[in-house]
Design a protein around this ligand. Structure first.
Ligand SMILES: *[C@@H]1O[C@H](CO)[C@@H](O)[C@H](O)[C@H]1NC(C)=O
Ligand SMILES: *[C@@H]1O[C@H](CO)[C@@H](O)[C@H](O)[C@H]1NC(C)=O
Ligand SMILES: *[C@@H]1O[C@H](CO)[C@@H](O)[C@H](O)[C@H]1NC(C)=O
Ligand SMILES: *[C@@H]1O[C@H](CO)[C@@H](O)[C@H](O)[C@H]1NC(C)=O
Ligand SMILES: *[C@@H]1O[C@H](CO)[C@@H](O)[C@H](O)[C@H]1NC(C)=O
Ligand SMILES: *[C@@H]1O[C@H](CO)[C@@H](O)[C@H](O)[C@H]1NC(C)=O
Ligand SMILES: *[C@@H]1O[C@H](CO)[C@@H](O)[C@H](O)[C@H]1NC(C)=O
Ligand SMILES: *[C@@H]1O[C@H](CO)[C@@H](O)[C@H](O)[C@H]1NC(C)=O
Length: 481
């Protein structure tokens, strides 16, 4: 009897102790703090750490995919009809983007680096080859016309040169040329006349193997939330990108910087030198990438909305007060005057008008939105896809008969999808970390559960003792002897 009641009371006491311990642990969040400290130790850029080597040369493959819009009715468009385009592609490139010229500064709190990108064609992931031909706007010609339309003499020279060389507003181009650069006959003449300096044109001309300027990053040593966050780009603080007037899509690197331990309420700022600004993304849904749990962040439609809906977007209107409507960004200033307008692919989230103006646009969320999936615990990027479209602003210019009776149009030339998915090895490592973390964080609840179980056992035995059945009473002396 004594041994038995000892056990029962022991269970009762243990139950209370476990409950108290569990509740205290749960309330003080001691395991969360431990976990956070461990993560904090790991997310710092220091020579020799794994975080540093991953940052310096990210293991998962990045792919850049280009889709072009092949114009089928150029003559009709010059007569004022709607353009009819057919999407071709993807033309896929593997992108290599190691950080180079890495230099630690300020006692290891910041690190400077450049981020050159190299593109290698991936025929297996492409539909078509770099030798494919696409019919689209002659961008160098339109740029020259736009730039000199108010300079009578030069406008006249350009118009005559175009006629002599049989250059029209639209032309056919090799895909590889249009991307990486070719010698343009009109630019050759203009260079000879010293009107332009470079006779080459390409959307990614001189972008293979070159970097887009100097970056400084925070290492996270001072504040772990700042881990790998971009501080400056070419000597300018990146905090002000919001208000900066449009910029460079074609020469851009982009970096996404994440805080470890991401909350659903957070705004993720994605810096993109393409757009010369950062845009933000907000939580949309919970996802799984290779089994690892993640939060999906997407830019909310307000990011692209017109001034009526989002007055903060006044920066979109360039020059000041000149608004194109939702979803468009005039980046002419940083394209050396080329009338380039950026948007989401197929004018996703832009005014319906732009979709309607071109036959062949088919905007949809899955294919055309920019997404970022991050693991909330570590802030690691699981999947990302940046999707941007390059358009040319076309309108009649009386100085140039080449523009015919064309409607005022935002004409789509191509869009790109720059995407990355975490590699299997990193995903497995991360999966382990997340699983362990789940166990650790749940220790207080496991303790509380055990406490409750003991409590139940204690109560059951106490109840049984209150009404001892005869058989048990007979056996008692045996047990206690
Ligand atoms: C990191 O350490 C190695 C070896 O100690 C050294 O060669 C390298 O220059 C260091 N890198 C940086 C960025 O300081
Ligand atoms: C670097 O650390 C030393 C000593 O800890 C300190 O005297 C110095 O001011 C620090 N320099 C910077 C740029 O923070
Ligand atoms: C870019 O440069 C690399 C190495 O210099 C080369 O292998 C690759 O073919 C180039 N890509 C393009 C698109 O020219
Ligand atoms: C694009 O259109 C042109 C003219 O119709 C055609 O010759 C060319 O083959 C098309 N390109 C592709 C990749 O289909
Ligand atoms: C982008 O390219 C243009 C012309 O090639 C150059 O003038 C400009 O400085 C570049 N911008 C960046 C951010 O590298
Ligand atoms: C802004 O967009 C909304 C909805 O798309 C539209 O109703 C409104 O007229 C637009 N405002 C301007 C100034 O374009
Ligand atoms: C785009 O911006 C440039 C330079 O600021 C300006 O000259 C041009 O008119 C703008 N284009 C449109 C379509 O508003
Ligand atoms: C990139 O986006 C396009 C559509 O925008 C899609 O068809 C393609 O599969 C995507 N590529 C990757 C690697 O996810």
């Amino acid at each position: 009897m004594r041994l038995r009641s000892c056990c029962v009371y022991g269970a009762g006491v243990l139950c209370i102790l476990l409950l108290i311990a569990g509740i205290v642990m749960a309330l003080t969040q001691v395991f969360e703090k431990l976990l956070n400290n461990r993560i904090k130790e790991q997310v710092v850029l220091e020579n020799g750490t794994e975080a540093f080597s991953v940052w310096q040369d990210p293991p998962p493959p990045v792919y850049m995919q280009f889709y072009f819009f092949n114009l089928t009715n150029p003559a009709e468009v010059l007569d004022g009809d709607k353009p009819f385009v057919q999407q071709i592609g993807p033309y896929t490139y593997r992108e290599y983007r190691p950080k180079e010229e890495v230099k630690f500064m300020d006692n290891g709190t910041r690190v400077a680096a450049v981020n050159p990108k190299t593109y290698v064609f991936e025929p297996k992931m492409s539909r078509g080859s770099e030798d494919d031909v696409v019919r689209t706007v002659n961008i160098p010609a339109v740029t020259a016309m736009e730039k000199y339309k108010d300079t009578f003499l030069i406008a006249r020279i350009i118009s005559d040169l175009m006629k002599a060389k049989g250059i029209s507003l639209f032309g056919t181009f090799r895909v590889g040329d249009l991307l990486w650069g070719y010698e343009d006959p009109l630019l050759q003449e203009l260079k000879r006349a010293r009107i332009v300096q470079d006779d080459h044109f390409g959307l990614f001309y001189k972008k293979n193997g070159t970097d887009d300027g100097n970056y400084t990053f925070f290492t996270g040593k001072q504040k772990y939330q700042d881990f790998a966050r971009i501080d400056e780009w070419n000597g300018q603080s990146t905090l002000n990108w919001w208000s900066t007037e449009g910029c460079n899509m074609i020469n851009g690197t982009d970096g996404a910087s994440f805080h470890p331990i991401i909350k659903k309420t957070e705004k993720l700022y994605i810096f993109s030198s393409d757009l010369c600004r950062s845009i933000y993304a907000q939580f949309e849904s919970e996802v799984r990438v290779q089994g690892v749990p993640g939060f999906r962040f997407v830019p909310p439609s307000e990011v692209f909305a017109n001034l009526t809906i989002n007055p903060d977007n006044a920066g979109f209107c360039v020059p000041a007060g000149n608004c194109l409507g939702s979803g468009l960004l005039n980046v002419s200033v940083c394209k050396e005057g080329a009338p380039i307008i950026m948007s989401s692919p197929h004018f996703y989230q832009a005014d319906e008008k732009f979709v309607q103006d071109v036959f062949g646009m088919n905007p949809n969320k899955e294919e055309h939105e920019t997404v970022i999936d991050v693991n909330p615990l570590t802030g690691m990027l699981l999947r990302g896809a940046k999707r941007v479209q390059v358009n040319v602003y076309l309108h009649q210019m009386p100085e140039f008969s080449q523009t015919g009776k064309i409607q005022t149009l935002v004409f789509p030339v191509m869009y790109l999808n720059e995407s990355v998915v975490i590699d299997e090895e990193s995903a497995q490592k991360l999966y382990k970390v997340v699983t362990e973390a789940n166990v650790i964080v749940n220790i207080p609840f496991i303790v509380i559960s055990v406490g409750i179980l003991l409590g139940v056992i204690f109560i059951v035995f106490m109840c049984r003792q209150q009404r001892p059945p005869s058989t048990e009473a007979e056996r008692e002396p045996l047990l206690s002897s």
